[in-house]
Design a protein around this ligand. Structure first.
Ligand code: NAD
Length: 289
């Protein structure tokens, strides 16, 4: 259902690669809500991805940009302002990549060149986007800038590796730049911390299926899907959330506030072969919905 929440709003969406991408869902949803936007990704992603299909569907144009390149970002933002004949209202940063994760390098054996790339692509690029847009005065008052994060910024999750450090930096950038943008321009900057989601980047984390099963059992509302994430992004781009800024907003069905749930405990107990542990509470063996 559409509510016209983004009627007349213009933006830039980074990071749609294919129809599994969270940014893809955000683009579809923003389009339904009346927004116009530029789609962007790296030249390589444009060659291998399916962005033209999304552009056609949403009446958007595609402008290539490597988000680690200030030059590319400057060209992108200038072209966006030319295209729309003025400033934009929203930006989605939906970008993440770690070669250490891809290569399976454990956290105590990081390749530091890869680490610097992880930080540049997954976090510093957010600062670059914000800085370029700030210098070009590209965003309207009460505009909204969002990046996607993950709870590994606060808690250790096995195998998330150096992406955890990148997400911690990303969230810090949202606060630090959010202060300046809020004070000087009345523009909000936030991160959304999303449930694990089966996308190309998400599937790069080994054991994503087990992790998703665990977080599903731990979250009272269950994992948040990418479509639900798109709904949340739309509200944050809309005028209904004007005073929300410098926040990391958990969109995870309650996972981040949980310690242990009945459903997760039941599964854990199952694996303990209960004949060896006779004092175990029988009730805990039931998996509740
Ligand atoms: N999938 C999950 O479980 C999950 C959970 C929480 C947060 N997130 C975050 O959501 C965001 C989107 O990821 P996704 O899961 O939709 O996966 P995805 O693979 O569809 O998207 C990642 C995007 O980053 C782009 N990218 C990589 N390097 C880039 C660069 N130098 N310049 C510009 N773009 C570049 C890729 O081309 C791709 O489009 C990421 O920040 C990710 O960390 C994902």
């Amino acid at each position: 259902m559409a509510y016209n929440l983004l009627n007349g709003k213009k933006g830039i969406i980074f990071g749609a690669l294919n129809n599994l991408s969270i940014a893809w869902k955000v683009a579809e949803r923003a389009h339904d809500e009346g927004a116009e936007f530029i789609l962007t990704n790296t030249p390589v992603a444009l060659r291998f991805g399916e962005l033209d299909e999304l552009a056609q569907k949403t009446g958007s144009i595609v402008i290539p940009a490597d988000a680690t390149s200030e030059k590319d970002l400057e060209t992108l933002v200038k072209k966006a302002m030319e295209h729309f004949g003025g400033k934009i209202d929203f930006i989605l940063h939906s970008i993440g990549m770690s070669m250490n994760v891809r290569k399976g390098n454990p956290y105590n054996e990081l390749n530091y060149n890869y680490l610097m790339k992880t930080l540049d692509i997954s976090a510093v690029s957010f600062h670059k986007v914000l800085q370029v847009a700030y210098k070009l005065d590209a965003i309207n008052e009460w505009g909204s800038v969002l990046a996607l994060s993950y709870v590994a910024a606060q808690r250790t999750l096995y195998r998330y590796n150096d992406m955890a450090d990148a997400k911690a930096l990303l969230e810090s950038i949202a606060r630090s730049f959010g202060y300046i943008y809020g004070r000087e321009r009345k523009i909000r900057v936030n991160t959304i911390s999303q449930s694990p989601t089966r996308t190309t980047a998400g599937s790069g984390v080994k054991g994503i299926d087990g992790l998703m099963d665990f977080t599903e059992r731990m979250s009272p509302l269950g994992n948040a899907t990418s479509d639900e994430c798109a709904d949340y992004c739309v509200t944050l781009f809309s005028d209904l959330t004007k005073k929300v800024t410098m926040q990391n907003l958990f969109h995870d069905g309650g996972f981040s506030s949980m310690g242990m749930s009945n459903r997760a405990m039941a599964m854990y107990n199952r694996s303990l072969e209960c004949k060896d542990c006779p004092d175990q509470d029988e009730d805990m063996m039931k998996i509740e919905d």
